[in-house]
Design a protein around this ligand. Sequence first.
Ligand code: EPU
Length: 342
Amino acid sequence: MKTCAELQKNVGLTELNTLRVSATARYYMDVVSLDDVRRALAWAEKNEVRTLVLGSGSNLVFAGDFSGLVIRMQIAARHWEQVDDTGATLVLGAGESWHEAVLYAAGSGYRGIENLALIPGTAGAAPVQNIGAYGVELCDTLVSVTALDRKLNEVVCLDNAQCGFAYRDSLFKRSPGRYIITEIRLRLSREKPLQLGYKDLQEYLGETVSQDLDVLAVAEAVMAIRRRKLPDPDIIPNVGSFFKNPVVSAEQFSRLQAEHPDVVGYLQKDTVKLAAAWLIDQCGWKGYRNARVGVHNRQALVLINHSGGAGQDVLELASDIRQSVKKRFDVDLEMEPGIVGG
Ligand code: EPU
């Protein structure tokens, strides 16, 4: 195992982002420890270059080359704390694969993150956008995040409330560059009810839906549903949902419903979360493709890089989609992945 971050120059990033767009990092370091992170930051400061922490590159779009230092997060750690009859706390290093961690937890009989199986990315990236799927969000189990706070220049441990989680949002997303997450803690349970209410899960499990299901069987059901609907980034380059589901006022939803009776929305407290996929689908984008990029033919929220598309090609398509949704429904779509470089 490497113990000391080594500086590399002009490193290709195409294999390090799941959209497989071509980009180069002017400077690059693999980091496997907090000391490595400190070394990388000290180098960047001394040389006055920007930094970008990269996990598995599954939620960002390189609009071009990155002229600063890419810090590739590879801190590995996976162990249990506070194990008792009812549950246990899973500690994950930021560089751990999220999906592997889900299988590990579910395979050990612990409930809480099985609905988040097969979400690409690292454990350290999971809190940034508060990953969520099939009725569960990371914030439902997250106890704390350990991070290097670059503003205070110290290691901080932020509890769930301090992380300011919301739908696909967190303190980390709202303060870009400030925190470098090194470790997360999740409280998992042996007793908590399984979350089986999401329509797709109900349909898939059919008569087998039961609280007696093995937690690994639920993870496997989620994996099967995802494989049916979402493209595998290892085969068809993509970054999952490209847009967030937009939240609109109850009044705006009523107006939309009057014009489009089939509009898909989920009532929240005072607002309605619209299905962005439905809006995009209605504008005729599902399955669209040009020479290089397109929209997945089974989930209109997912943009794909068919054939050597550049980040700019994907961003242009995203812009066209946003405009047509705005024109037809007067709804603004917000991009989910971050844009970097260029
Ligand atoms: N729909 C369409 N056309 C489509 C796809 C979906 O009309 O092409 C409709 C469906 O019929 C359904 C509604 O849109 O009524 C919602 O679809 P779905 O249940 O597939 O979920 P989603 O809202 O599109 C969200 C997450 C996904 C997550 C699924 C399952 C966001 C932005 N996306 O998608 O997350 O897997 O729910 O929980 O919240 C990701 O973040 O990368 C991601 C894949």
